[in-house]
Design a protein around this ligand. Structure first.
Ligand code: GLA
Length: 388
């Protein structure tokens, strides 16, 4: 990557490299913007941003994965409009940093990412957080301020009304642990996973066009359900506040669709707590069943699954040594996450790849989910994986 940098920019003087991971969410889907609970882990797939001061007063951004180059005077960055392309992630972050009192210095940036785009493994948050660190170039920002600033960039500049999960885990990920996040208090606790299991993400290799609009629709549907519920339970501020018993009592107020969306969120929050509890007790069977219940709720009540995801979940459940599987991330394509015995991995990979290719004519990529560290500077001794 340093060689590439030198070739593209002529010099690598003052170069520093920053990394931020993608994530897989084990359970707690579409709960973050309802101020509920999520349980992601940071992956060893990550975005890397190499940055060095430039001498021409300008900001230059290149990616190893794209031909086009972005450049503009560093002082003009905050006035830019979104362009509806990948540069919106670093540029949105740059604008938020300027607003937060951190001027952008003239610099050359080179991006590499091993988080597959469109996979639902949060390549955009990885790019946002690693870019933020590169722009900061050693200036410090509270971790929570950093995560929220990157979320704001995604919401306001990239135009995706996301919750906090992806940026939070990119910042707070920890090697060896999943992280249970309370999306209201924005506190978290580390969750050690039991021995004797592994998680694999399986990529459908599709991202259906309606993913973005359906996401916005779900956010709006949840807000509308809260408005209705408040007419009876005025203290409710988000679906996080609604217990299963309360939901039953207000069900007659809600339309069929609103009731299903709310039921998913309310039951999914309960499943996160149950999963963490089962994990602490080493109850692998219960953990697996909760994953499958989560998938069914996302498929039937929240309606964000698709045939490819459903196929991968059903196919996984037919393999010996698999405890459970579900879609992960926003849905409408992207990845599933499967919990299985490590010894079952070779057979699983083979059977899933063969079955999926026969049905959908594309080979699914499979990624081991190794809980990894959150964002930071890449040290001299670390290797940067080659680009995918
Ligand atoms: C996307 C969003 C997250 C979260 C998930 C669904 O990844 O960026 O904030 O809402 O979808 O759980």
């Amino acid at each position: 990557m340093i060689e590439n940098f030198r070739r593209l920019y002529g010099s690598a003087d003052g170069l520093r490299i920053w990394r931020a991971p993608g994530r897989v969410n084990l359970i707690g889907e579409h709960t973050d913007y309802n101020l509920g609970f999520v349980l992601p882990l940071a992956l060893d797939l990550a975005a890397y941003v190499a940055a060095a001061p430039s001498r021409d007063g300008r900001l230059h951004i290149r990616s190893e994965h794209r031909a086009e180059l972005f450049e503009c005077p560093a002082g003009e960055i905050a006035a830019l409009e979104p362009r509806r392309q990948w540069t919106d992630y670093p540029l949105g972050v740059a604008r938020e940093l300027v607003r937060a009192g951190f001027p952008i210095q003239p610099a050359n940036l080179l991006i590499r990412s091993t988080v597959p785009e469109g996979s639902g493994l949060s390549s955009s948050a990885a790019l946002e957080v690693s870019s933020a660190l590169a722009f900061l170039n050693g200036r410090t920002l509270e971790p929570l301020v950093l995560a929220r600033l990157c979320q704001r960039a995604e919401r306001e500049f990239a135009g995706m009304p996301c919750g906090i999960m992806d940026q939070y885990i990119a910042v707070y990920g920890r090697a060896g642990s999943a992280v249970e996040i309370d999306c209201r208090s924005l506190e978290h606790r580390l969750v050690a996973l039991p021995a004797g299991i592994a998680f694999l993400a399986v990529n459908t290799m599709v991202k259906h066009a309606l993913a973005a609009s359906a996401y916005q629709e779900r956010v709006a549907e949840c807000a509308a359900a809260v408005e209705r519920i408040r007419t009876r339970l005025p203290r409710v501020e988000s679906l996080r506040d609604v217990s299963p018993a309360q939901l039953a009592s207000v069900a007659p107020l809600l339309s069929g669709v609103a009731a299903r969306r709310a039921r998913h969120v309310v039951t999914e929050n309960a499943r996160v707590a149950a999963f963490v509890d089962a994990s602490a007790r080493g109850d692998l069977g219960r953990m697996g069943r909760l994953l499958v219940e989560s998938h069914h709720s996302l498929r039937d009540d929240y309606q964000v699954s698709c045939p490819e995801l459903d196929f991968l979940v059903d196919a996984a459940l037919a393999v010996d040594g698999v405890f459970g599987a579900r879609m992960t991330g926003g849905g409408f394509g992207g990845c599933t996450v499967t919990m299985l015995r490590p010894g079952a991995i070779p057979q699983f990979g083979e059977r899933i790849a063969r079955g999926y290719a026969r049905r959908f004519h594309v080979t699914p990529a499979i990624y081991p989910c190794r809980p990894s560290a959150g964002a930071g500077e890449v040290k001299n001794c670390e290797t940067i994986p080659s680009a995918v």
